[in-house]
Design a protein around this ligand. Structure first.
Ligand SMILES: Nc1ncnc2c1ncn2[C@@H]1O[C@H](COP(=O)(O)OP(=O)(O)OP(=O)(O)O)[C@@H](O)[C@H]1O
Ligand SMILES: [Mg+2]
Length: 394
C-alpha cells in the first residue's frame, strides 16, 4: 500500500515535471525567438530610418518606427507635411526595404500626418486660425507669381492640407479672377471679414474689399495699412497653410508687409533668364532683413510645353533656374513650363491643379507643394499656436 502510494507520487511528479521541462524549452525557444526579433527589429529600424525623404532631403530617422512579431512587421510613419500623392510610393518603398532578403514575411504600413505651426518673425503674434503663412514673392512683376500662388495652394490642398489664399497685391489683385471670386465678403456681427470660398480654398483679396481704381491711388502707407487691416480682420478657419500673394518687387510696401505679416517662410518665383538673378537676390535680401526663411525658388516658364503634341522645348536654354537658385544660395523647388492650358485655366477662374488634377503640370505643382511644406517642417516650431491637433491616419 505504502509502496503503491510512493509509486503514485513518483508517477505524478513525473507527470508534473515533464510539462515543466516542456515549458522551459518553450520559454527558451521564445526567448531566442524574441532576441532574433529584437535584432531583426533594430536592423530594420536602421534600414528604414536611413531612407531619404525626397521632399525634405533628410533621412526619415525617428519619423518611422517598426515593430516585428512572428515574422510580421508593423510600420508607422509620421510626416509633418501633407503628402497624399507620395503615400503609395512610400509604402511600396518601405515594403521593398522590409522584404529585401526575406527579412519579414508580411508588413503593414500606417502613415499619419500632423501639421505643425512654425515660428514667425520676432515680436509678431501668429494669426488666429492659421498655422503657417507662406509668402509667395518675386523680384519683379509678370513672372507668373499669382499663377504659381493659386496652383500651389490647390496643390497643398490636394496633398491633404487645409489651405487659404490671401491676395496682398494691392495694385494688381488677380486672385479674384483666378479663383472666380465675385461679390463682397460677408462679415460677422463682430465686424470680422469671412473669407470667400472657392475650389475648397478659403480666399481673401484686397480686390473684393475695395475698388481697384480706388486702391491704385493709395500711397504706400495707406496701402500697407489697408493690407494689414485685411490680414488681421479676416477670420480664417483652421488653416494649415495660408498662401500670401505679395505685390511684385522689393520696395517699401513689400518690405513693410514682410515685416508685419506673421510669415513662417517665403518662396520666390522667377523666370529662367540670366537677368532674373538680381531680382531673386533682392527678394532674398529683403526676407533676410526681416528674418523670414526663404524655402527656395520656383522657376516658372522654364521650358515651353506644346499643349498639342506634348513636346517640351527649352526656349530660354537649359538649367537657368538651377543656376539662379544656386547663385542666390537657394534650393530650386521645381520647374513649371510655359503651357497654354495652365495660363488659360488659371486666367478663367479654374486653375489647372483644381480643374485638371491628372495633368502632368498638376503633378509638378504637387511635388513642389510637398517640397515647400516639407522644407517648412524643418524650421523652428511655434509653441504659441494652440490649435486642435488633427491627425490623419491612413
Ligand atoms: N507657366 C505658365 N504657362 C502659361 N501661362 C502662364 C504661366 N505662368 C503665368 N502665365 C500667364 O501669364 C500671365 C501673368 O501671370 P501672373 O498674373 O500669374 O503673373 P504675376 O507675376 O502675378 O504678375 P503681376 O506682377 O502682374 O502680379 C497670366 O496671363 C498667366 O495666365
Ligand atoms: Mg500677380
Amino acid at each position: 500500500m505504502a509502496e503503491s502510494l510512493i509509486n503514485a507520487i513518483i508517477a505524478r511528479s513525473r507527470r508534473t515535471r515533464r510539462p515543466r521541462l516542456d515549458t522551459i524549452e518553450t520559454i527558451q525557444t521564445r526567448e531566442s525567438y524574441l532576441t532574433m526579433s529584437a535584432t531583426l527589429q533594430s536592423e530594420l529600424q536602421a534600414r528604414l530610418g536611413a531612407l531619404i525623404d525626397p521632399h525634405s532631403e533628410q533621412a526619415l530617422g525617428e519619423a518611422i518606427r517598426v515593430s516585428v512579431r512572428n515574422g510580421r512587421a508593423a510600420v508607422r510613419v509620421r510626416l509633418n507635411y501633407p503628402a497624399a500623392g507620395w503615400h503609395a510610393e512610400l509604402e511600396q518603398l518601405i515594403e521593398q526595404t522590409l522584404m529585401h532578403d526575406h527579412a519579414v514575411e508580411a508588413a503593414t504600413v500606417e502613415i499619419e500626418t500632423e501639421h505643425l505651426a512654425h515660428a514667425v518673425q520676432g515680436g509678431l503674434s501668429p494669426l488666429d486660425g492659421v498655422r503657417n503663412i507662406i509668402a509667395v514673392a518675386s523680384g519683379k512683376g509678370g513672372v507668373g507669381k499669382s499663377t504659381v500662388a493659386v496652383n500651389l495652394a490647390l496643390a497643398l490642398q490636394a496633398e491633404g492640407a487645409m489651405v487659404g489664399v490671401l491676395d496682398a497685391d494691392i495694385y494688381g489683385p488677380s486672385i479674384p479672377r483666378m479663383l472666380g471670386l465675385s461679390g463682397k465678403p460677408e462679415t460677422t456681427p463682430e465686424r470680422r471679414i469671412l473669407p470667400m470660398r472657392s475650389h475648397g480654398l478659403q480666399a481673401m483679396s484686397i480686390g473684393v474689399l475695395v475698388e481697384t481704381d480706388q486702391a491704385m491711388i493709395w500711397r504706400g502707407p495707406m496701402a500697407t495699412q489697408a493690407l494689414q487691416q485685411m490680414v488681421s480682420e479676416t477670420q480664417w478657419e483652421a488653416l494649415d497653410y495660408l498662401i500670401v500673394d505679395l505685390p511684385p518687387g522689393t520696395g517699401d510696401i513689400q518690405l513693410t508687409l514682410a515685416q508685419r505679416i506673421p510669415v513662417a517662410a517665403a518662396v520666390t518665383v522667377t523666370t529662367p533668364q540670366d537677368v532674373a538673378i538680381d531680382d531673386v537676390r533682392r527678394a532674398v535680401a529683403m526676407f533676410a532683413k526681416v528674418r523670414v526663411p526663404v524655402l527656395g525658388v520656383i522657376e516658372n516658364m522654364s521650358t515651353h510645353l506644346c499643349s498639342e503634341c506634348g513636346h517640351e522645348d527649352a526656349i530660354f536654354g537649359q538649367g537657368g533656374g538651377q543656376k539662379i537658385a544656386a547663385e542666390a544660395g537657394l534650393k530650386l523647388l521645381g520647374e513649371i513650363p510655359l503651357e497654354a492650358t495652365l495660363g488659360r485655366s488659371t486666367d478663367q477662374g479654374a486653375p489647372l491643379v483644381g480643374s485638371e488634377g491628372d495633368h502632368a503640370i498638376a503633378g509638378r505643382f504637387r511635388e513642389i507643394a510637398r517640397k515647400v511644406a516639407a522644407r517648412l517642417s524643418l524650421q523652428a516650431r511655434n509653441q504659441a499656436i494652440r490649435m486642435p491637433k488633427i491627425k490623419i491616419v491612413e
